[in-house]
Design a binder for this molecule. Structure first.
Ligand SMILES: Cc1ncc(COP(=O)(O)O)c(C=O)c1O
Length: 369
């Protein structure tokens, strides 16, 4: 049996009848930039993520970069985040003028360990960026409490956790601002590139609107230098359609994750992902921890099961961050996980037969360890 890591073709075939008429409307009216599809998407996103303002932009990376610019990051400012994330989180900090400062992750949930924040705070620290990785939020209560006590802002990287919940609150609604990504493979993915900034603050939302459009609120009146970081109408129209399906897709991911949990709970040598207190994950990825991970991935591949690695090299050990001079061994939990985490196939259409086959093959491969 072949089990892909991700299947983007099946859902898009089913969505053609909903998306194509909207795209035809955009083509006929040549309304490619801005307009009702973009403002409509922003309204829908704000409602779904329970925030007052959503600003649609060109990518999740832009969303993060525009947030740090809007928060007035200055050269030398430090921002605390995790080394177990996609590089976009730290690229955005650096490109807005700041310096990423890493803290280790929690060994159960693989998200920022709140107990490690205080030791990383210096006089230059401006904020903390918890990354809601693999579809689960970080432990936000202690993170928000420490930030408030120390006068820091909290920006959520909610790229991988659309509609995940923490103690009844939506991912992206708890920090001063949040970013999400509509990269096609995300739980809510565009048919190209897009992302969004979420916030309850009208002034910050207005500033991000300017930053995404060359610093202008009115055409050719540039209050500051910004970017061309707008979300286009074709993406916005497709995203509006897909957003309506997101709750049912997240449910299907939960069902698949439940089957994985059930079938793997007694398999020796497979550590299942832990769910934090009060967390309702949306399973962007389903990661297991195994010894001899690369051999197991290769054996699964031979049996037709595709897997992924998120992430094989922690950010502090990447060439790009050699200049930060962080030695190997500084973040033991992240480094341990980077060698052992294996992402199993995860997408809403995953069938019972497929999850059963993946578990059967994984158990057989792990037995050889
Ligand atoms: C955790 C995280 N942050 C940020 C991003 C950046 O999003 P984008 O690819 O839309 O720029 C991604 C996804 O790629 C991500 O997984």
């Amino acid at each position: 049996m072949d089990v892909p890591f991700l299947d983007l073709k099946t859902p898009h075939r089913a969505l053609e009848s909903e998306i194509l008429p909207l795209w035809q409307d955009i083509l006929r009216n040549a309304g490619f930039i801005g307009g009702p599809y973009v403002t409509g998407l922003e309204e829908d996103l704000a409602k779904a993520f329970t925030v007052d303002h959503a600003v649609a932009v060109n990518s999740g990376t832009d969303a993060l970069r525009f947030i740090f610019m809007a928060l007035g990051l200055r050269p030398g400012d430090e921002v605390i985040t995790v080394p177990n994330t996609f590089i976009a989180t730290t690229e955005a900090i650096t490109q807005a003028g700041g310096k990423p400062v890493f803290v280790d992750i929690d060994p159960k949930t693989y998200t920022l360990d709140p107990g490690k924040i205080e030791a990383a705070i210096t006089a230059k620290t401006r904020g903390v960026v918890p990354v809601h990785l693999y579809g689960q939020t970080a432990d936000m209560d202690p993170i928000l409490a420490i930030a408030q006590q120390k006068g820091l802002w909290v920006v959520e990287d909610a790229a991988q956790s659309q509609l995940a919940e923490y103690k009844g609150k939506k991912a992206g609604s708890m920090g001063v601002m949040a970013a999400t990504s509509f990269y096609p493979g995300k739980n809510l993915g565009a048919c190209g590139e897009a992302g969004a900034v979420l916030t309850q603050d009208p002034k910050l939302a207005a500033l991000v609107r300017k930053i995404r459009d060359h610093g202008q609120a009115q055409k050719y009146y540039h209050d500051l230098e910004g970017y061309n970081g707008r979300c286009d109408a074709l993406q916005a129209a497709a995203l509006r359609v897909k957003l309506r399906h997101l709750p049912e897709w997240n449910e299907a991911r939960r069902a698949a994750a439940g089957r994985y949990m059930d079938l793997l709970k007694n398999v020796e040598g497979v550590t299942l992902p832990g769910i934090g207190e009060g967390c309702l994950p949306v399973w962007h990825l389903f990661v297991v921890l195994v010894e001899e991970r690369d051999r197991i991935a290769a054996e699964l591949k031979e049996k037709g099961v595709s897997t992924g690695l998120h992430y094989p090299i922690p950010l502090h050990l990447q060439k790009a961050y050699q200049y930060l001079n962080v030695p190997e061994g500084r973040f033991p939990v992240t480094e341990y996980c980077a060698q052992r985490l294996l992402s199993l196939p995860m997408f809403p259409e995953l069938t019972e037969a497929q999850t059963a086959y993946v578990c059967e093959q994984l158990a057989a491969a792990v037995k050889k360890s």
